[in-house]
Design a protein around this ligand. Structure first.
Ligand code: GRF
Length: 207
């Protein structure tokens, strides 16, 4: 059985969507760990409510380097025999220390249609503000594999929403979040079913 770790720094609504999908049997995998860099993240509470093991290592004030931090996280994931890491609102950029051993086994969800509106500094409301400022007619969400470039890894699934002239960053965020809750479980389902192949830096979904 594939064992998943979900990493979250905040509210964890995507974590909840993954838990719900697991409980309805959408994918054959077990969310065996919820990890956070924020000790009081609501995501940890959600894990406890569903009796999922949760671990926090506070990143604020952490004395070592970013690599030291990721080394600890790597050890944790290896000790727990984690097969897939799902970043779900995890507000840290991973270092190669974690990315390399878990290449093509770490997914992230981003609240825009990558490759547009991604990269460093493009998170949360900044993304939706930029989409509205650019007068885009559509936006959406992207699940992609994590590589060493921020938001630059191969795209697995995208979901689209229309952007209307009266949309605000808040209304857009709400619409996009609903799409996120659908596409993240779908990406995990594809992974667990062995339907995702990566070749030449691109994802291929097998029939
Ligand atoms: C989502 O918008 C996700 O795309 C981004 O962070 C947000 C997390 O929301 N990476 P939640 O904590 O899952 O509710």
């Amino acid at each position: 059985m594939i064992k998943i770790a979900v990493f979250a720094s905040g509210g964890g609504s995507n974590l909840q969507a993954l838990i719900d999908a697991q409980e309805t049997g959408l994918f054959k995998a077990k969310i065996g760990l919820v990890f956070s860099n924020v000790a009081d993240a609501k995501a940890l509470e959600r894990a406890e409510n569903h009796r999922i093991e949760s671990v926090a290592i506070t990143s604020k004030g952490y004395l070592g380097t970013r690599e030291d931090y990721d080394q600890e996280v790597l050890q944790l994931c290896e000790a727990k025999k984690i097969d897939l890491i799902c970043l779900a609102g995890y507000m840290r950029i991973l270092t190669p220390v974690l990315i390399r051993p878990y290449l093509w086994k770490i997914m992230n969800i981003h609240p825009a249609l990558l490759p547009k509106f991604g990269g460093e500094g493009m998170y949360g409301h900044h993304v939706h503000e930029a989409v509205i400022k650019a007068q885009e007619k559509e936006s959406g969400a992207t699940v992609h594999f994590v590589t060493e470039g921020v938001d630059a890894g191969p795209i697995i699934v995208q979901g689209h929403v229309k952007v209307f002239p009266n949309d605000t960053p808040q209304t857009l965020a709400e619409k996009v979040l609903k799409v996120e809750h659908m596409i993240y479980p779908e990406a995990v389902r594809l992974f667990c079913a062995g339907k995702i192949k990566v070749a030449d830096g691109r994802v291929k979904i097998l029939p």
